[in-house]
Design a protein. Sequence first.
Lengths: 557, 191
Amino acid sequence: MKPFRLLLVFFLAFYLFSLPRPLPLAKISKGTPDLVDILKGYQIDVLQELETCFLARANRNELGLLRRRGISVSVLDRDSLGKEHFLVRVVSPARLNVLTGRGHVQQVEPDLFLFWADSGDPLTLLPPDVERKPLPRFSILPFLRTHPHPAGLPLGLQVNDVIATIVGEVSRANLRSHVQSLQSFQTRYASTDNCELAGQFILNRFQSYGLEAWFQPFTFGQGISTRNIVAEIRGRTDPEEIVIICAHYDSTSSERTVHAPGADDDASGVAAVLEAARILARYPLDFTVRFIAFSAEEWGLYGSRYYSNGARASSERVVGVVNLDMISYADNMPEDLDIVVNPASWWMAERTGWVADAYTGLTVRKSINPSFVYSDHSPFWDRGYSAFCGIEDEDVNNPYYHTPGDTIDTLNFDFFEEAAKTALAALSDLAQPVRSGYPGTPAGLMAESTTYASAFTAVKNVSLTWQAGSDAAGYNVYRSTLPHLGYTKLNTSPLAAANFTDRALKTDTAYYYVVTAVGSGGVESNFSREVESPAELPRYEQPELGRDTFPTIWRWR
Amino acid sequence: MRRTTLLAVICFILGADSLRGTDWGFSAGASMCLLRQKEVQDVYGIGYPIGIQAWTGWKNVRISAGLEYLSESGRALPLDGGQDDFPLKLKVTSIPVAVYYQTWIRDVFLAAGGGVSYSMYKEKWEGLGMVVKGQKWGPVLALLGGYRLNPSWSVFGNVRYEPMPTGKSSLLVPEVKLGGLKIGAGVLFSL
């Protein structure tokens, strides 16, 4: 019997040992200096950045290491594997009680909760009018940035007369017509036939402007089918650089399958996208512009999630995303437009603020708030793309929000028109209309870094090359340590050749470059596409997790 | 910090001498620094430090404290095949303090010992004006052999392992170590 018993014990032990270990989902509080560097050093699987914390999947060993460094860590779900977690915004105790009865609920921030269910489809368990975002299933760690946000930074931008003309073409009548048409579908709740009909209407409108447009079909939840609608104006200078303007065309309400007019949320955003497409269709642009109407936003941002996953998988170079969600209701006048960004997209808020001052009469309120995740910009953040959400109020004040009362007669078209102009100006600023009488924008800018190391430090040379233009008498090279703004000219007189080497730079700093062509009369072209020379990471193997040698690795910075 | 260190060394020597110091000596020598950290050796090659030391002892125990100086020129290492040229200068001053066990076979003496070394270093990118400097304690292990030419003068050779850790990391290594295995020779004058 003894060998049999031993064998039994052995197999039992083997079975127990081979069982998958629980992988907790934890909240890692911000407040520790260099927290992002620490998370990168330990390769923690960060799933979500919020205003006060990160949500991350980390094993006990990793959590222990973070705690030993004095970082506040609390476990939200002891075993997160195989579950779909949702971030939900809950403002009333009654709604919280409903959620608690249907699954697990953990508070993450004020009004922000994590919801998951052990069984059943979480999409059907969540009340339909609750704002929600499914947590990504991949780590967003590589995309976390810690740019400084200097106040009063000179942006180094110049007013472009063509953009002023473009903005002046926004038609209030067209905006009204688009909203009226979308509202007339009664409901656009994704999964209904009317939603698909609304999608067809949007596609037809894009095509009527002479744009190439197509459906992007996808499924979500338990096999629900719907479609994003995408239209494109291909760029003349660097068409692989893509600027996106988007809004969601689906809607919801307490009577979602029969009556969800969604005039403000978000026919207003779609109307602005359509109007932008109509106007820009007649202008040559340096970079490609995509106009996208997403579906299934109200279900959990599924349309934008599908699109942004595909964009990252095919390594699309998305310069920036202008997401418009509820831009037509004014609780008081003058209403301002809130521009909400995450830390990595900070530059977009700065540029949009500048653009609004330069081309429109609207005031924008810039907000860096990574906890603002309930719209289609958020999946782009997760995939490392810069994006902002333009919204009438970051804290939604529209009393008709997600109700059958969200109709066109509640909208303020004075504000709506200015908001649409601001969005179009921001889009045009990124896509860069080609100007007649100016030299062509330099195309194909590339950067290559060469590093030189001493015993202690290193420097890098950044070699820039671009395609020579036939109408260029010379070139100017600009550099910044922040993306897309704050450029400083490096050369004192225009360069004759289409190349330049920037020597002896810090290796722990990212540098951003653009080039302009200078015409014979001294006029300067638009900026070329921006290229980055990223900060160098250590070139030696990272120590294994568990050996607390971390501080040494990053001390070189 | 440097003044404190020098005072500590002097106190240490005087303190050791006051125990029952029977003899004093001074030595001067030069060495080759081999088997350095690869990244340091790639930039600076073999180092040739020079130094002076004061000795005292009691029976078979000898104590030494010294001052060693290394000045080297190098070129920044192109990591990605670059063609640019960045000249570098490295200066290291170290104060090694060690305790030896010494034995005599007629006029030949052999000693083995260990101690600590306080190193102050400064690296400069010549054209760019970038400077990195610092100081840190590190271990020293040494073997020494010599021949007494007359009651006052001896010649000696030594092998020392002195890694000279700096506590600083670089792009290439978690911690830069400037030292290595040092093989040296010199003369010793006994009072």
